[in-house]
Every structure is written in C-alpha cells, then in structure tokens.
Design a protein around this ligand. Sequence first.
Ligand SMILES: Nc1ncnc2c1ncn2[C@@H]1O[C@H](COP(=O)(O)OP(=O)(O)OP(=O)(O)O)[C@@H](O)[C@H]1O
Length: 218
Amino acid sequence: MLELRSITAGYLRNAPVVREVSLTVAPGESVGLLGPSGCGKSTLARVAALLHRPDSGTVVLDGEPVRHWRHRAPRALRTAFGVVFQQARLSADPRLPLTDLIAEPLRATGRGKEIPDRVAELTPVVGLTPDLLTRRPHEVSDGQLQRACLARALVLRPRLLVCDEMTAMLDASTAAALVSAVEDYRASSGAALLAVGHDRTLLGRWCDRTVDWDSLAA
Ligand SMILES: Nc1ncnc2c1ncn2[C@@H]1O[C@H](COP(=O)(O)OP(=O)(O)OP(=O)(O)O)[C@@H](O)[C@H]1O
C-alpha cells in the first residue's frame, strides 16, 4: 500500500507546485492520475517513487513512513518501485547498449549473475528482438527505447510501477503493446500501478480508477 499524505513539493523555496495532495494506491490496484500539463503530476509521481523529497507531508509504504529519498532511501524501498518516464531518451544513458540499460538495476544491486536470464526473459515480454540488444539508444527508435526502459523498470520485479506518461510519445500500436506488457506483469505479480497521463480514455481503459488532479488537494 502506497499512501501519499498531504504532500507539498516543488523546486523553489516557498513556491511549491504540489500543495497538500493526498493519494492512496492499494496493493495490486491501478490508479490513473489525470491532470492538465504543468499541474504537478510528474512531481508527485517522483515523490511517490522516492525520487524527489517533498517539502512536507508523508509518504507511507506498506505502513512504514519513508524518511529518505533517492540514493539515501534504503535499497529495499528503492527496489520496490519500477519507474517509466515519458522521454525515454532523457532517462537512458546514451552509452549503454540496450542489454546493459535493461540490466542497470541488477548491476546496481549486486545481482549481476541474474542478468543473462532476466534480460532474455524480458526481451519478448516488452516486444524487443535479440538483435536490438547490442544497439545503443541512438541506433533504435523511440518506441524500441521505451520498450527497453519498461524492461529496465520490470527487471527487479517491483511491487509498484509508476508510469509517467509512458505512452505519450508513442504510436498507438506501440502504446497498446506497452500497456499490455504492464498489465501482463501486474496480472502475474500482483504489482500496483500509478499511471500518470493526459488521456482520460486511455487511463479509463487501463486503470481500476482514475483520479483528477483537482480532486486531490486538501
Ligand atoms: N526540475 C525543475 N525545476 C524547476 N521547475 C520545475 C522542474 N520540473 C518541473 N518544474 C515545474 O513544476 C511544475 C509542475 O511540473 P510537472 O512536470 O510536475 O507537471 P506535469 O503535471 O507532470 O506536467 P506535464 O503533464 O506537462 O508533464 C511546472 O510548472 C514545471 O515548470
């Protein structure tokens, strides 16, 4: 269970972009978060994924209040989350072949031995072909790179996925394939999902419930 309680967060002192926002994602639940551009959805998603420390409020994960963010968060908490961002090119190290990009979280957590099996397992799950794995990000399409970023998010078998406009830059068939890969993973693992987006129809079809940004503030 992920609880965001009265979160205020932003980038400048005294000018928060998220004000007193509360949201709960139950175990296994999929929640769509809908709101206009610039309202603060990505900022809240980053707080939820322990990537951005809020100015105030509490994040509670499975009953435990979170006290540290980013690299200071305990590994067990950090690895509970798989995160996919809108712009794959900004979230992928341009020097890494896709296989290393997918394997990054395994290497970072000292689980390098699992890399060959796990990458081979995930490649078809996200719709990549083995010949793409040796290519670097500039040698693949945006859709192929986002597929690799989804594989990276799944590689540690997270219990919570945060998809921040994951499909916004993609054509309809790639978007549908990635949503379906997320749903297959959720069906087999019981993982929960927080999906951020603009598209009410997509989120409505994808998620158990969709919440509007305006309804979240205290
Ligand atoms: N790193 C940053 N430094 C300063 N301001 C930022 C930063 N990131 C975002 N902002 C500002 O915070 C506000 C909220 O941004 P955020 O990305 O959370 O909105 P969003 O709802 O996800 O928007 P979109 O739907 O367009 O992605 C915006 O006004 C944005 O300009």
